[in-house]
Structure formats: structure tokens, C-alpha cells
Design a protein. Structure first.
Ligand SMILES: Nc1ncnc2c1ncn2[C@@H]1O[C@H](COP(=O)(O)OP(=O)(O)O)[C@@H](O)[C@H]1O
Ligand SMILES: [Mg+2]
Length: 254
């Protein structure tokens, strides 16, 4: 299964949700790969810790090979590293992603990620793609490469309105490039059950018929610690309420 976590807005929890759900999948024995397409590399740092500072081949280096002719094509697996967590591998981000963006776009490399990830389907049960906060070449590549899409939502009214243009973008990719792409659902993140406004905002989404997933993810200071220590919640504190919500959400997915 290939999944993309997508929202043009930054700070809604894309990297957090990608990394934590992938860590749970791996913890439950699924051979899992995270692909980090955001030049900011938050998932890469979260999953690798200080090792993220050392240069290593990743998504950018893989895509760069598609721009060059070579007699012996390198294997996609050459651009994947192990993380400290069993069953969890990473095709990491690097600043080279920024540098390559224009070139990849102008040379129509939009299907290269899909081709590579389809091929890797034999090695991995689950592939999770983290995307930058933009609808750019990398996000489109990811939406083309994926079978399903999760959309993190931060309960903000402004974000609610942005959801429609976001869903339109997904529909456009579906009809132009990827008929099989489905929207698996909206992941409500940093939900405050006692505040009136977020409840109303989420209820409006449900009333409008949008696929809002359960459970909603709480906001917790533990998440900051989890990022700082580069330990996904399932490894940092498996009994924590937020970890349990992540596990339940993971298990609700197909
Ligand atoms: N459920 C949560 N509880 C507390 N903090 C969270 C939660 N989800 C995300 N965050 C924090 O919000 C910030 C943005 O999250 P991130 O996953 O990097 O968003 P994005 O990838 O969409 O930009 C990070 O500092 C992260 O630690
Ligand atoms: Mg991110």
C-alpha cells in the first residue's frame, strides 16, 4: 500500500502523522518505508535523529539519477537507509530537493517516483510519503505515486475553506494521472475537545459529507519531546493517550 500525507498548509501535522503511523506499522511487523519529499526534512530528522546530519543518499539523489544517462541504472534501494527502528526504512530528504525542483519539473520526471515505488512494492508492505507544504512537483509526484491519500486537518476555519481547493487538486490528479487514487480520509489533529470552535468546524466537515477519520488526535506536549528525542510516540510512550489514538487511527485504515 502506498500512501501520501498531503496538505498544502504547513504545520498541520503531515510529518508527525506520516512518521508516527509508519512507526506503528513497522512496530506491528509491516515492512515499512517512509519517503520524505519535503526539503525541510522533518520526517528524516524525526526518524534518524543526529544521523540525519550526515550526507546520505535519499529521494533527491534518486531523482537526480533520472536526469542523467548511465549505462548501469542504479537500484532504487541504493537510496534507502535503515532507521533505528526495526522494519522501518527511509528514503530521506536533503536540501538537494530544492535545487533539483525546477529541473525535474521542466524535464517531465513526474512519473519517476511512482515507477520506483511500484517496483519497491515487493520489498515493502507499506510506503508512506511525506510531502512539502505546497502543491509543487514533489507533491504531484507523490499524489501520482500513491494509492491513497490522508489529509491532516488542524481544525482551523481558514484551513476548512482551503480543504476544498485541496480536494480539487486531488481530483485533478485523479482524472489526469492516477485513476486509482482514493482519499482515505481527513485526519483531525491537535483537536481540543473542550473548545467549541474546533468541534463546530469538524462537525461542519462531517455534515458536508467529507470523510473524517476517527479518532481525532489530541494535542500533547509529549509530541515535542518525541520530536526532540527523535523517538516516534510508539517507542517513546506506548501507553500515552496520543499514542493510543495513533494506533487506533492506524488500525482503522485499510
Ligand atoms: N498532536 C500533536 N500534539 C502536539 N504537537 C503536535 C501534534 N502534531 C503536530 N505537532 C507539532 O506541530 C508542529 C508541526 O507539525 P508537523 O508534523 O511538522 O507539520 P507539517 O509536516 O504539516 O508541517 C511540530 O512542531 C509538531 O511537533
Ligand atoms: Mg512536514
Amino acid at each position: 500500500m502506498r500512501r501520501v500525507v498531503f496538505n498544502q498548509k504547513g504545520g498541520v501535522g503531515k510529518s508527525t502523522i506520516t512518521s508516527n503511523l509508519a512507526a506503528i506499522a513497522a512496530f506491528q511487523g509491516q515492512r515499512t518505508l517512509v519517503v520524505d519529499l519535503d526539503p525541510q526534512g522533518n520526517s528524516t530528522r524525526y526518524l534518524l535523529g543526529e544521523a540525519a546530519d550526515e550526507p546520505q543518499p535519499g529521494a533527491a539523489e534518486f531523482l537526480e539519477t533520472t536526469l542523467k544517462f548511465s549505462v548501469r541504472a542504479p537500484k532504487t534501494s541504493d537510496f534507502i537507509v535503515a532507521t533505528p527502528w526495526e522494519n522501518l526504512h527511509l528514503m530521506g530528504s536533503s536540501p538537494l530537493l530544492d535545487e533539483l525542483h525546477g529541473k525535474l519539473e521542466s524535464r517531465y520526471k513526474i512519473y519517476k517516483l511512482r515507477d520506483a515505488l511500484v517496483e519497491l512494492g515487493e520489498d515493502y508492505d507499506q510506503i508512506w510519503i511525506d510531502t512539502p507544504p505546497a502543491l509543487n512537483f514533489y507533491t504531484r509526484s507523490a499524489l501520482i505515486a500513491a494509492e491513497t491519500c490522508l489529509i491532516p486537518f488542524d481544525c482551523d476555519d481558514f484551513s476548512r475553506r482551503a480543504l476544498y481547493s485541496l480536494l480539487e487538486s486531488v481530483t485533478e490528479i485523479q482524472s489526469d494521472h492516477n485513476k486509482g487514487l482514493t482519499v482515505e480520509g481527513i485526519v483531525v489533529n491537535q483537536f481540543q475537545p473542550r473548545a467549541v470552535l474546533p468541534q463546530r468546524t469538524v462537525q461542519e466537515l462531517i455534515d458536508e459529507g467529507l470523510p473524517v477519520l476517527q479518532p481525532y488526535l489530541s494535542s500533547s506536549v509529549k509530541m515535542k519531546e518525541s520530536h526532540e528525542l527523535s523517538r516516534p510516540m510508539i517507542h517513546l510512550d506506548p501507553r500515552h493517550k496520543l499514542t493510543q489514538q495513533f494506533v487506533e487511527l492506524y488500525e482503522s485504515l485499510a
